[in-house]
Ligand binder design. Sequence first.
Ligand code: SAH
Length: 341
Amino acid sequence: MSEMTYGLDFNYDQWRSFTEELGEPAYRADQLCQWIYQKKIFDVNRMTNLSKPLREGLVDKLYVQPPFSAKVQTSQDKTVKFLWRFLDGNEVESVLMDHGNHHTACLSTQVGCPLRCDFCATGRQGFVRNLTAGEIVGHLLAMESWLGQDIKNVVFMGMGEPLLNWDNLKKAIEILNHPKMRGMGIRRMTISTAGVAPGILALAESGLDVGLSVSIHAPNDEIRSRLMPVNDRYPMGQVIDALKVYQKKTGSRITVEYVMLKKVNDETEHAYELAALLSDLDVYVNLIPYNPVIERYSRPSASRVAPFAAILRKLGLEVDVRKEKGADIDAACGQLRGRSE
Ligand code: SAH
């Protein structure tokens, strides 16, 4: 057991070196990847096109099981929330959203989160550790295995700050994208960040053409710093500048997330301020009515959200008000793992 390698942490080159060191032909790596990423078979003994001696040799060298499902809850709108347990006992949640003809998975990148946004349940739990690339990929594979079909889209919007675990996330994205591995289109993946400016620049630099969402949540630094301590480190000006660099480099549209908190950031003047702030960017604004998980904050009524959206639209922005999914099972945004604590 001591020499066990966690195969889900391998990228394609590492699979090639691993099989090469075993004295196996190169196509063996492809076969292993096919079993794991396409057929979702995580038990070496069931990989029937490998010779029996090879399988027996691999059994105590290679471990490719995704995390263990500790809890599954399905809501009335078919949203499914999972609690995943890793080998060290740590847990994260993920959410599976059903869009009728395809699915989106909301994945975590860290156990807990160091950013401590004041309105967020995960932030309250503090930071435990980063997920490895294999753990990030692993909880998607486990969901696909549970579902019995492939999931089309992935958003890194679960627990944690993706851009503070960039090396592992980048590797996970490459594994998901690789044609011999999961083969998921790069445009099918979206990273959501609280505004870690250097991370946004690193993403631009990487050339990975994933989607980018930014949690702005406030019209100015004063309000934003109250809601999101990360704003003291990377104030709005710095985030907007990084987004401009990103946009110049990628030409991609950016989604701006704006969680609406009653009487905190939902006044009409805030809408004007927000529009001015975003004026030099090509964005799509996603207004997210708050899911009340922290007592101090509440959700504005539709009669406050609608005029806010209307002002943004009048000022030329494309705006959408997010529909809540999975509210009856606490799968809605920011409610992850909250109740079990
Ligand atoms: N750290 C990243 C990704 C994880 S959070 C980020 O901040 O973007 C995913 C999104 O859910 C963020 O926009 C976050 O601000 C939002 N969120 C957190 N708690 C929420 C809540 N209770 N209601 C609505 N949105 C929430």
